[in-house]
Design a protein around this ligand. Sequence first.
Ligand code: ZN
Length: 99
Amino acid sequence: MRGKWSSKPAQWWTVYSVNAEKCYLDDHPMVGQSMQVDHIIPESMFRDSEELAKVLDLFIFPSDFSLNSYENWLPACPKHNNLKRARVPNGKFSRKSLY
Ligand SMILES: [Zn+2]
């Protein structure tokens, strides 16, 4: 699958529940209706292969990491998603919190 997030209900629900129905950027509870699906590694970075390689290395992600898959989707509230925009998450976020 390529391009923007497509909100198939089952995918949406999985992303919502996988982080205990919390915003992954600030760990607060969130009502489902307001949830946005965030790309951990932003789409824009996938257009710059050098930058992407650096980021994948930083997070110890495999080189075949996929933009549009569950490995790159987490639930965020609109406020924090908007603050994050096209950056990778800061120090609060580590590989450890993913698995
Ligand atoms: Zn939030």
